[in-house]
Design a protein around this ligand. Structure first.
Ligand code: ZN
Length: 305
């Protein structure tokens, strides 16, 4: 759901260094395969904006084993390549580009290595994502219409496509999300792709839960600072402060969507003031007793002894 530049690497040099780190017979086999793999790298680049259109290539079982082993077999060269890729694509803030929710922890093969083993160590095919997104994406998304946004090659618009609607009801606060373009210039195909992405990675449930937490955090922050009801200006200032704290978050982050929606939520001010009124207050400090009375009581106790 975010655009980021593809890793800038000499992908053929990566292949050579990893395959040279293998033992025979895989090393020998990979050397024989190199011209074919390089040709496939070129095909990948040509199809990068519509990778679902890239046909699979049939490989022998032995070739497939050697190609997949480039990623699964642990060598110094492989580790150096993967570390280099992760360092280059690690975004700030450090958020999975598929969900914009969790920390990335693993590399997803955009075209799955089970179907495209020749791209198992191709930097442009490796996306640093969170484990839940990696699991949910799996091997399923290789046919048209594609279900997952490619953060390197799909051009995402500068305006938000993810929107939140925050409703205050008798039961509390409810947050719903939707995907839509407010700018008519945004191609319908991108909006449709984003909707499929949102559904395929089942982001609604996560966003619903986390969106409620965003509202709850903000309300708790306000009620800890205010003892008496606030006005709309004070509420807007609190929302703007939170927005400034999150200015580094990507444009389609659920956090940004929720905070923007709060400014337009008609019942939110009343909800916040109800919470301020209901917030427990610290017990009132007991007034100091009169010092003279304390002294007199102490003297009386001493005289009684
Ligand atoms: Zn994710």
């Amino acid at each position: 759901m975010r655009s980021e530049p593809p890793p800038s690497r000499d992908v053929c040099a990566d292949l050579v260094s990893i395959s040279n780190g293998k033992n025979d017979p895989r090393r020998k086999r990979l050397r024989q395969l190199r011209p074919h793999i390089r040709k496939r790298f070129l095909d990948y680049w040509v199809c990068r904006n519509a990778l679902e259109a890239l046909p699979r290539r049939a490989w022998s079982d032995l070739a497939e084993d050697a190609l997949e082993h480039c990623y699964t077999g642990d060598t110094i060269a492989r580790r150096a390549v993967l570390t280099g890729i992760m360092e280059q694509i690690q975004p700030d803030p450090n958020i999975c580009p598929y969900c914009l929710l969790r920390q990335p922890t693993s590399l997803d093969h955009f075209l799955p290595k089970d179907f495209f083993p020749e791209f198992s160590v191709l930097a442009w095919n490796l996306v640093y994502v969170c484990d839940p997104c990696n699991r949910k994406k799996g091997n399923r998304f290789v046919v048209a219409p594609r279900d997952v946004i490619n953060p390197y090659f799909d051009e995402m618009p500068d305006t938000a496509l993810l929107h939140a609607d925050v409703r205050v009801t008798a039961g509390g606060i409810g947050v719903r999300f939707s995907i839509a373009a407010t700018d008519p210039e945004v191609p319908a195909a991108i909006v449709d792709l984003m909707r499929r992405h949102y559904a395929a990675l089942s982001l609604e449930k996560d966003y619903f839960r986390e969106g409620a937490a965003v509202v709850s955090d903000l309300v708790n922050a306000i009620t800890s600072q205010h003892r008496v009801p606030i006005d709309q200006g004070q509420l807007d200032a609190a929302i703007d402060n939170r927005m400034r704290e999150w200015s580094n978050y990507p444009i389609n982050s659920y956090r940004v969507a929720v905070i923007e929606a709060l400014e337009l939520s008609p019942g939110f001010l009343g909800y916040v003031n109800d919470r301020i009124a209901a917030a427990p207050r610290p017990p009132r400090a007991r007034p100091l007793r009169d010092l003279a009375a304390l002294r007199a009581a102490a003297a009386a106790r001493a005289a009684a002894l």
